[in-house]
Design a protein around this ligand. Structure first.
Ligand code: MG
Length: 465
């Protein structure tokens, strides 16, 4: 009997160890406002990005990968929850701001299960290193949403309005401001050091590192080693430093002997604003718009021995897919609440016949459903005049008629082919009605919308002397 018990327990332990080894480490390098055409492997001839390009050579490059929003806060809420921002109440509001600002009372609802919480429950060590932008109040910070470790700036690096009463830009560790104003030229380097330290410390257990860089969001900074070195001004300098950072992180995985068990993903929160050297080529539109250039972003993934080198994937996938995919790979429990993303393991691993599971993809902006993609078709919904409090980028008229384009041969989204394809338009209108019913539109609440956490009071994040 004793022998049987010993055997039984050794078997149990054996299974435990095997499971732990099966859990890959997960790293998401998330740039801020990096455009579709800003990397060498996506056609940039200005920015030198050899380390990021190496991800494409050694792994997979997606051509049709989307952020769920063309601006920061909604986009990040989707990566965290696997949902459209409208579903989790983190879409834009009517205050005239595109995104959360310092002292916003709104933030992610603690009832949402974040990607970090799901992985933490499955035994992962979790870190958020960089720009958060889902609320700067103590209740809203990464440490309250499943991250064991947080080091970074709580919102965008341009949010320093004296008129609004913004505090000096804070650098935060866990929940405490450790420097303000932070010297922005040091950020990329310090994020890199913090990420490598966390990886090294947790090398013998599964870890999740979320590295949302501060750049190339404006204003642009780079450390003295990179400043003035690129052929594309400060924009190129900041990207080349992020490329260096990526190389450092990959080298640390090799050095620690854990590269083969680590999936590294590199992508962006939205497109470039097209100024200061940024590029969304060959796409049209820019950050803040629901044209392709606002929401289609670079996406590269490397996982030696699992992802075939040099793969290109043309299937539609989004940042909302990372949560379900990571849950699958980590053996983590999926959130019980409804999410919008899909497990894309088959696409990542290039499995035969792997197809996108999106019947349609929704482009929300300014609380409005503005466009829908279905296969190669993209339907731009007719828009009424935009709310007077909202700033209107020059690229978008305040109102517009409906338009159907085919992205396969019209990446510029110029040619309206709705007349010739009435069936496609009719299907799109059905999809739009269903989406609007569930997720709402403008100020109308949808039947399946959940709410953010809104606090009674808020205070600025300041350095305590
Ligand atoms: Mg952004």
């Amino acid at each position: 009997m004793k022998l049987v018990l010993i055997l039984f327990f050794s078997l149990l332990c054996g299974v435990g160890i095997a499971q732990e080894r099966d859990q890959p480490n997960l790293i998401v390098i998330f740039c801020d406002d990096l455009g579709y055409g800003d990397l060498g492997c996506y056609g940039s001839e200005k920015n030198r990005t050899p380390n990021v390009d190496q991800l494409a050579k050694a792994g997979i490059k997606f051509t049709d990968f989307y952020s769920s929003s063309p601006v920061c806060t909604p986009s990040r809420s989707s990566l965290m929850t696997g949902c459209y921002a409208r579903r989790v109440g983190m879409h834009e509001d009517y205050t005239g701001h595109w995104v959360l600002i310092p002292r916003s009372r709104r933030g992610l609802n603690p009832e949402e299960v974040t990607i970090a919480e799901a992985l933490q429950s499955a035994g992962y060590a979790t870190a958020c290193i960089g720009k958060w932008h889902l609320g700067d109040q103590p209740e809203h910070l990464p440490t309250q949403h499943g991250f064991d470790f947080y080091f970074g700036i709580p919102y965008s690096n341009d949010m320093q309005s004296k008129r609004r009463g913004d505090p000096p830009l804070p650098l935060v560790k866990q929940r405490t401001v450790i420097e303000a104003p932070v010297d922005q030229s040091t950020l990329t380097k310090r994020y890199t050091e913090a990420a490598i330290a966390f990886i090294t410390e947790n090398k013998s257990k599964p870890f999740f590192v979320y590295l949302p860089h501060t750049f190339p969001h404006l204003p642009l900074f780079a450390s003295p080693d990179f400043l003035g070195k690129s052929a594309n001004g400060r924009y190129g300098d900041s990207i080349e430093e992020i490329d260096w950072s990526t190389g450092q992180i990959l080298a640390s995985l090799d050095r620690l002997g854990i590269a083969d068990n680590t999936l590294v993903i590199f992508t962006s929160d939205n497109g470039s604003n097209g100024r200061n050297g940024g590029s969304n080529q060959p796409l049209s539109g820019m950050k803040g718009s629901t044209m392709e250039g606002g929401m289609r972003v670079p996406m590269l993934a490397k996982w030696p021995g699992r992802i075939k080198p040099g793969t290109v994937c043309n299937e539609l996938a989004t940042t909302m897919d990372l949560l379900p995919t990571f849950c699958k790979l980590a053996g983590a429990k999926m959130p019980e609440q409804k999410i919008d993303g899909f497990d894309i393991t088959n696409l990542l691993l290039g499995n035969d016949g792997a197809k996108s599971e999106y019947e349609s993809f929704l482009y929300y902006r300014r609380r409005q459903l503005q466009a829908i993609r279905m296969g190669d078709w993209k339907y731009h919904l007719p828009l009424k005049a935009i709310h007077p409090n909202w700033t209107t980028p020059k690229t978008e008229a305040p109102g517009r008629p409906a338009k159907l384009v085919n992205l396969k041969d019209d990446l510029g989204e110029l040619n309206d082919v709705s007349q010739a394809n009435p069936d496609v338009v009719a299907t799109m209108q059905v999809i739009a009605r269903k989406a609007i019913e569930e997720l709402g539109n403008d100020s109308n609440q949808g039947t399946e919308q959940r709410s953010a956490l809104t606090l009674e009071l808020s205070a600025p994040m300041v350095l305590k002397k």
